[in-house]
Design a protein around this ligand. Sequence first.
Ligand SMILES: [Ca+2]
Ligand SMILES: [Ca+2]
Length: 132
Amino acid sequence: METMKSRFLLQMGVSKDLINFCYKPFGDKKTWHNARSSCRNLGADLVSIQSMKEQSWVETTSNVWTGLNDLAIPGLFMWSDEHIVTFTYWAPGEPNNHNGFSEDCVEMLHQTGRWNDKSCTQLNNYLCKFIT
Ligand SMILES: [Ca+2]
Ligand SMILES: [Ca+2]
């Protein structure tokens, strides 16, 4: 948690382009829906990522839920904050809808920052994106 907190403070200070957003990781593991509720209760949403530059800001020290999901229409990924999908950063072979049709929520992998679709009921840390 301490590492994550430090990174959050660092991220807030430097970027010019992203001045309107800040990102806060949470270390309490939740399902994707509960993670989204937690962010929304704070006036934020699960993170959305619009560009490689933004991606480079939000790499984390643990796997985290992002807002990306294909819950509404299988295979059509959308951000929970209603940003349109302009950029993707999938891990090799992803999204693979592993085990058939059950992976509808997207996590960011901490080793590479790459994305993986995963079952929404799995527990994960999560990253909220605040508009400041
Ligand atoms: Ca899916
Ligand atoms: Ca997957």
